[in-house]
Design a protein around this ligand. Sequence first.
Ligand SMILES: *Cc1c(COP(=O)(O)O)cnc(C)c1O
Length: 388
Amino acid sequence: MSTKDQKFSTKLIHAKTHVEEPFGSVNVPIYQVTTFNQQKNNRYDYSRSGNPTREALEHTVASLENGTYGFAFSSGMAAISSVLCLLKSGDEIIVSHDVYGGTFRAVTQLFTNFNIKAVFANTTDIKEVEKCITEKTKAILFETPSNPFLHVTDIKEIVRVAKEHDLFTIMDNTFMTPYLQQPLDKGVDIVVHSATKYLGGHSDVVAGVAITNSEEFAGKIGFVQNAFGAILSPNDSWLLLRGIKTLKVRLDQQQKSALELAQWLSDNSQVAEVYYPGLPSHPQHKLASEQASGYGAIISFKLKGEEVAKETLNHVVLSSVGVSLGAVESILTHPATMTHASMPLEDKEERGITGHLLRISVGLEDVEDLKEDLKQAFEKAEKAFSYK
Ligand SMILES: *Cc1c(COP(=O)(O)O)cnc(C)c1O
């Protein structure tokens, strides 16, 4: 059976690593080495340029995304910034207006130093995207669903417009993972991930990947990976390979709990609004159902009071309070002061990222316990605030 015909869960376990191992070990070992004896092999010379453990991971993630070429980086931002190095001085790039905070920082405060301009567009509105295209535009960088409001962008529409104008597309598939959404199959040129999140899955490794089907882009990304050098270490590559094997079973359970929790939050009197693409009330529920095979396990919600939302963070017991997502443990985030802290206030307000907003990455705890924990935290937060 060729790997292409295998079902996703089989690929997770048996994706071809293209790394032969003389002892038949069932996993690729950690090749914790910097250099290779060139009298004995001509495949590897120096670990920045290539390392068997990293290569095993790169082939694995490429196969999961139905791609040909994979590249592993030391973080999601390293992957995104390395891919952005394909742009040149004078170029413009259209970026989703509600892009990940770190990406926003990179394109507004780092790449501007090299005369690369980001133009922000609401990518859920294809007409707005088209209006932003100038003769300098080279690429579109987008995420779907977006963070923190889980807005859904029509991938095929972005690809259509990009092709019409000879632009290339970069899509951040961190939230959905290759299990639920395959952007390359829809014509996206380069997929990037913060592998720190679902791919790793255990809050123990910071990593990023980029995948493409195009030999031309692969050549360029490979060049940047080696020249810029933000590579993933052998040890972290191995941790990711291990985490990836359980991606499907983790997400199956996390999505199930997320839907239940989203419904529960919608019925809760302290909650003003719930943002989850799996709820029929989500404005793009239909599109989300068409272009992905699931809705993921990130829920954002607004509480009625801003102070109560902040205070809730002091009372949850089960969820870790902080940034990040996609792990076995639930993580509760206050986007305005955490993930989007570096975004100027007016940009935050324009995007609706107020202090009322909380985001939960649903982990593998029992969903009844998660509900109970949030319930008591909301109650304590309300009480604490009414005494102040
Ligand atoms: C976390 C995250 C990133 C950045 O990844 P790091 O591994 O933290 O560098 C990029 N995009 C999205 C959607 C993320 O959630």
